[in-house]
Design a protein around this ligand. Sequence first.
Ligand SMILES: Nc1ncnc2c1ncn2[C@@H]1O[C@H](COP(=O)(O)OP(=O)(O)OP(=O)(O)O)[C@@H](O)[C@H]1O
Ligand SMILES: [Mg+2]
Length: 232
Amino acid sequence: MLLEISDLSAGYGTKTVISGVSLTLEPGQILALLGHNGAGKTTTLKAVMGLLPARSGTIRFDGNAIGGMSVAGRVGAGIRLLPEGRGIFPDLSVADNIDVVAAQNVSGASPMFRPADIYRLFPVLDERRTTRAGSMSGGQQQMLALGLAILGTPRCLLLDEPSIGLAPNLVERLFQQFHEICKSHGVGAVLVEQNVAAALKIADRVVIMNNGAIVFDGLPEDARQTNVWDYF
Ligand SMILES: Nc1ncnc2c1ncn2[C@@H]1O[C@H](COP(=O)(O)OP(=O)(O)OP(=O)(O)O)[C@@H](O)[C@H]1O
Ligand SMILES: [Mg+2]
């Protein structure tokens, strides 16, 4: 098991916003984490990344509890968050974005993805190496964000609404590429999405949250047949 969350609760200030959250993720598996606004999806990803302390419960990565591990330690272990909004440096060029992150992440004998691999996966970034990242289109910025998230050796990607603001055909392309990366490299992923149809196309499993708790965990085809869609 790559990631195992058991009975997790987390929140802000005096407010607990997720509780009793349990889920598992295997290498190469894509888990779509769905639910309406405020359900607790981002909070769950933040707790896994270590940006928010778990109030109770355990998070295991590769079988080891990581509750005491720093964010940097988790990144080093291969957990990567593509945050809500765009995880890029808008004022740096495309190449500088990639080089800055590569300097932190591309270590060890044979990283899975070096800068050259990112340019190969996303040729548009190659063409725009010297372009200021923040001046690119939304889709191009999102490709850069995904490229930055996978630099080095990612093992577990946490993607928070990567399709937001993208044209449907671009979402399809980006998700196909993302699917290919996960399957060919055994990278597990938790994909938080409002674009339910696009997420279900590439998901192996679906978890639906409502009000800080999980209300469905199963196969995409079973999710389609239940009444969980009432939660949207
Ligand atoms: N920084 C914060 N401080 C206080 N409360 C917060 C904070 N961030 C989120 N919350 C609250 O926690 C709850 C869950 O929010 P969260 O961002 O996890 O939802 P979400 O499922 O990601 O929603 P969305 O689809 O809108 O991104 C909400 O009620 C929200 O108001
Ligand atoms: Mg969110």
